[in-house]
Ligand binder design. Structure first.
Ligand code: UD1
Ligand code: MG
Length: 453
């Protein structure tokens, strides 16, 4: 196998998106389009990956990191001009170069691999990934001669009525003999409707000089969708969502309503877990087996154990153990650890806190900056008072303690092992283990007080 290189075009502004965010950074299923492309390419282990950046170069570089080399295209003069910028890295190298667009997020490594196989087999100088489009509007059309061989590609805007009726489109992904590509690029001009240097013109240049041009038509047009506007963005989202959901259903996950369940590409879900409608699983979230998630729950960058239920709740950047019940209407904020057998009920917010095994906060509590031991009970309305307007302070609650209703634990403070804090108390000093602590005004009854008014 010869050396393989990839060039990813990501310099365009994406005018048709009408957005302040650069086109290739628009997310599909939570991940920027260009990252989808790079991830697929990376799985094929190429020698070198070069991203052409321009508009929003810094942000795109920030997104893609060191996995990729970068070349800046100062002025966006067209896709041919864009690839030309990679000459500083690739020109003169022997091997095969795959060119991809940063706006085709659905393309899979498998299809790129098929394209490469076809290219090698046909010993071609260029192989185009084409697809059959029911509605080819906007795409470049693949023009073949009467023997069915590819002659050239014509852009929609430059095409005649006849050419526009062709339904075989250029997906914007190609394989080239690296040396032939950079030689041909020197001959590309900009005499066309858009006044741009078109990369597809390389095909006609190579064909005319007698080189073998090949085309691999993928059976899946869906995979090659180029996102130029928000309508196509939503379409890409729908297709990617379906692809991800079908994958997990085949792995043994029940998704009650796949149209209304959103799972990121970086997440994983265990067997026999059920996802109810309105579930949104984002970032790198790992869910164990036999869990019930949703309806209407949002999980992000979190780890969930087995046999856990999360209903109508939000969990971000946290760890949740086995056999935990969360919700309805709970909010687990970042850096929380919810241990096995914990119960978190309605209107409970947990932030940067550890809930030890078997502990409960069943209703209306705030537990922030706290270390809660095992089998602790937070009664209705009990809260940790962690913030004085300037600094945050820690609350420690040891194993088996019972915090009564509406208690305020003013941090920094420690409630000892097995202690009982009476309902309505405002605790400002440490409570020793096994103690009963009451910190509230005594009740006074004035008999017949109202009768005397
Ligand atoms: C391009 C193809 C078209 C194909 C379609 C598939 C050309 C001339 N046309 O059209 O045949 O059917 O993709 O989706 O190539 N870019 C740069 N620098 C530039 C111009 C573009 O980096 O100077 C990047 C864009 O950021 C984008 C990609 O190249 O990621 C494709 O550009 P775009 O403007 O989307 O081309 P299309 O009109 O979609
Ligand atoms: Mg495009």
């Amino acid at each position: 196998m010869s050396n393989r290189y990839a060039v990813i075009l990501a310099a365009g502004q994406g005018t048709r998106m009408k957005s302040k965010l650069y086109k290739v950074l628009h997310p599909v299923c939570g991940k920027p389009m260009v990252q989808h492309v790079v991830d697929q390419v990376s799985s094929l282990g190429f020698e070198d990956k070069v991203a052409i950046v321009g508009f929003g170069a810094e942000v795109v570089q920030q997104q893609l990191g060191n996995d990729v080399s970068y070349v800046v295209q100062e002025e966006q003069l067209g896709t041919g001009h864009a690839v030309m910028q990679a000459a500083s890295i690739l020109e003169g190298k022997e091997g095969t170069t795959v060119v991809l667009c940063g706006d085709t997020p659905l393309l899979t490594a498998e299809t790129i691999d098929h394209l490469l196989t076809c290219h090698d087999k046909e010993k071609a100088k260029a192989t185009i990934l084409t697809a059959h489009a029911e509605d080819p509007t906007g795409y470049g059309r693949v023009i073949r001669n009467k023997d069915g061989l590819v002659e050239r590609i014509v852009e929609h805007k430059d095409a005649t009525e006849d050419e526009r009726s062709v339904k075989e489109i250029n997906t914007g992904t190609y394989c080239f003999d690296n040396a032939a590509l950079f030689e041909a690029l020197k001959k590309v001009g900009n005499d066309n409707v858009q006044g741009e240097y078109y990369l597809p013109d390389v095909i006609e240049i190579l064909q005319k000089s007698g080189e073998t041009i090949s085309a691999y038509q993928t059976p899946s047009f869906n995979e090659t969708l180029g996102v130029n506007d928000r309508v196509a963005l939503a379409e890409a989202e729908t297709i990617m969502k379906r692809r991800i959901n079908e994958h997990w259903m085949r792995q043994g996950v029940t998704i009650v309503d796949p149209n209304n369940t959103y799972i990121s590409t970086e997440s994983s879900i265990g067997q026999d877990t059920i996802l109810y409608p309105g579930t949104v699983i984002q970032g790198a979230t790992v869910i164990g087996e036999n869990c019930t998630i949703g309806p209407n729950s949002e999980l992000k960058d979190s780890t969930i154990g087995n046999d856990t239920t999360i209903r109508q709740s939000v969990v971000h950047d946290s760890e949740v153990g086995n056999n935990v019940a969360i919700g309805p209407f709970a909010h687990i904020r970042p850096d929380s650890t919810i241990s096995d057998d914990v119960r978190i009920g309605n209107f409970v917010e947990i932030k940067k806190a550890v809930m030890g095994p078997g502990s409960k906060a069943s209703h209306l509590s705030y537990i922030g900056d706290a270390e809660v031991g095992k089998d602790v009970n937070f009664s209705c309305g009990a809260v940790t008072v962690n913030y004085d307007g300037k600094n945050k302070f820690k609350t420690v609650i040891e194993d088996g303690a019972f915090i009564g209703c509406n208690a305020n634990l003013i941090a920094p403070v420690t409630v000892g092992k097995g202690a009982l804090v009476a309902a309505g108390s405002t605790i400002t000093d440490d409570v020793p283990g096994e103690a009963l602590s009451i910190a509230r005004a005594r009740q006074m009854n004035k008999p017949d007080y109202l009768k005397k008014q």
